[in-house]
Ligand binder design. Structure first.
Ligand SMILES: [Zn+2]
Ligand SMILES: [Zn+2]
Length: 278
């Protein structure tokens, strides 16, 4: 199984998951045109997609879902709360696959387990995805804080897509109006670097092969700070492990897809972005 982020940040998020037999998207927050163009960059045609999973109704996750679903006849898997809250943006869908948080479901040979996350949307969820070979990846963005449930769902994973949204001092000193700062840093907002690194340190095991740092704020964060925090977390975890964590690190961009990450953390597309080697 391989994972790539087609884009990540407040302008649009979309995660490609590809197994031996199945290809799907988790969120499609870029336009349909842009989603299609970025799929081409990772060598995937939209006609291969089995569907789109929608984690919540915010525009940076939902924008391209309705258009992609109609254009390619794709089912959209989401829960009732998100479907209802997102109906104006989604429009008429060819097919709805009902998701219930806490209840695993299958798309092709990919096993998905949705779990609740604290975020200011109707009924948002993160996911773990597992291939039929047992390769296990966690996807957790758009979280105000780290819950015990999130920690437990991410235990033992081999790949991790984790939100590193903002650097708290940069957010507090930055240009945003106070109510927006409060929303971002609030319990239903977005995860700051320090909390993300704390979670990473807790779930990093010798089995963890790669980490994609996601949903980075353009205004209130810097790649160098994320890498520093994440690397510190991995080093801290390694000192407590029998085998050190050799996880590769990648910071996802808003503007272009990440490489495909899969077993053993090997890139199967493109180049790393310069700070991946442990
Ligand atoms: Zn988002
Ligand atoms: Zn959101």
């Amino acid at each position: 199984m391989e994972i790539a982020l087609l884009g990540s940040g407040s302008q649009g998020n979309s995660v490609l998951v590809r197994s031996a037999d199945s290809v799907l998207l988790i969120d499609a927050g870029l336009s349909a045109k842009e989603t299609t163009a970025r799929l081409a960059k990772v060598g995937v045609s939209p006609s291969e997609l089995l569907g789109i999973v929608l984690t919540h109704e915010h525009s940076d996750h939902i924008r391209g879902v309705g258009p992609m679903a109609r254009r390619w006849g794709l089912p959209v898997w989401t829960n009732e709360g998100t479907l209802e809250a997102g109906k104006a943006s989604l429009g008429a869908l060819p097919h709805w696959g009902a998701v219930e948080i806490g209840v695993p479901f299958e798309i092709g040979d990919i096993w998905l387990e949705p779990f609740s996350i604290p975020h200011d949307a109707a009924d948002p969820f993160g996911l773990t995805v597992k291939s039929s070979q047992g390769y296990h990846v966690g996807i957790a963005t758009d979280m105000g804080f780290v819950t015990q449930l999130v920690r437990s769902r991410l235990a033992g994973i081999q790949g991790l897509v984790l939100e590193f949204n903002h650097d708290l001092p940069m957010l507090l000193d930055g240009p945003y109006p106070w109510p927006i700062k409060q929303r971002i840093r609030g319990k239903l907002g977005h995860l700051n670097n320090r909390d993300a690194a704390g979670l990473l340190g807790e779930v990093a095991s010798p089995d963890l092969e790669w980490v994609i740092c996601a949903h980075m704020s353009q205004e209130n964060n810097e790649k160098e700070i994320i890498v520093h925090e994440a690397r510190g977390a991995l080093a801290g975890a390694s000192s407590l492990l029998s085998r050190p964590s050799m996880a590769l690190l990648h910071v996802a961009s808003q503007l272009e897809p990440t490489p495909l990450f899969g077993s053993a953390g090997q890139f199967s597309f493109g180049q790393d972005n310069g700070e991946d080697q442990p």
